[in-house]
Design a protein around this ligand. Sequence first.
Ligand SMILES: [Zn+2]
Length: 376
Amino acid sequence: MEKTKNIAMIVILIVSLGLGVLFAWFFWSILMGDNQINYAEYSECLLYSKHSKQKVDLTRQNNSQLVSATFRKSGATNKIKQFTANNLAFIKRCENNMLYQADPTVVTAFNQKKASNHFKTIADVVNGMTNNKFYPYQLEEMVLTLDEKEQLPFRNNLIAFANLFVNFFGLSVFQKLVYNIEINNNIAKSSTGNNNQVLAFTKLAGNGNSLAQCLAFTEHSLQAKMSKTQYEIGFHSTATNISTIVHEIGHAISNYAWVWPYNRIRFNSNITPAIGRCTPTKDKTLIYIRGFMHSPNDLLVRYLGTKVGISNNAPFQQQLAAWSFIQSGYGRTGGNAELFAEGFAQWLLTPDDQKALNWQILNEFYGTYFKNYYLI
Ligand SMILES: [Zn+2]
């Protein structure tokens, strides 16, 4: 009897000792976890375990600018001091491994979002965006600046885009986004002589206790030929005639999402004639509006990096990974805000036969993760 009791005690002792060690190990690994994440410096960028064996063709007539611009910029920033052969090989490998065709069921689900018709005409779209009675939304005027044969495709693409936007982000966001859209050829003058003239901009400025956001475009930025050329040299991510507009809306939704949800009511509220139309002057008014810690632009880079197995502990490699998802020299050289806008256009405007695994990840980011993260 006494012996059995002793054995039982010993067993209990051993088990509790084991449990104690286990708990200690458990808490230790949680405590130390942050410092011990092994990040991949480089990755094979293999996306999805099952996918088509067919690749899409993204060959352009002359996309040398895509690579050379990436190089040039990389030497210029403080953050990126040295751009090695390994870095370039990494981008190339990623680009190559991401080009398998996207899952057709995902493409179909995406296209179904185009089907429902909130808007049938440009006037409907203008009506859907308008949030004040002082400033114009010159979408119809934009159409009329184009050659006659370009007008109908432009019109149709713009309406399809507006429907897609509303189906992803909702009518109320569409209506809150900007207080003015205008054609302004003067914005290009400031950069005459430069090859990369200003085509358009999105301005977000303080307006008393609220924020005022608007878009301006040159007529040149709306030409189908311009979009096509910029795509072919690798500078823009899509060849579609409305690519500049979609790019700017990308900035607009990024700015909107960055604002804390309770403060979004102040976005484009109190619009009065005193605010003025969308001019290129910089407004440096300080305004106390709460925002998320990470901007959508930086979140995109972190997300894409993580998707190929590179943790937040390796921001430089995450940046390289993000570049390989988005085929845009401009996006790669203009900072993460331009990358976000170019990725946004690539997501919404890539033709079905060019939708690859990189598009599928962009679709997950913009269509789900971004929306959920910023509570849109
Ligand atoms: Zn931009």
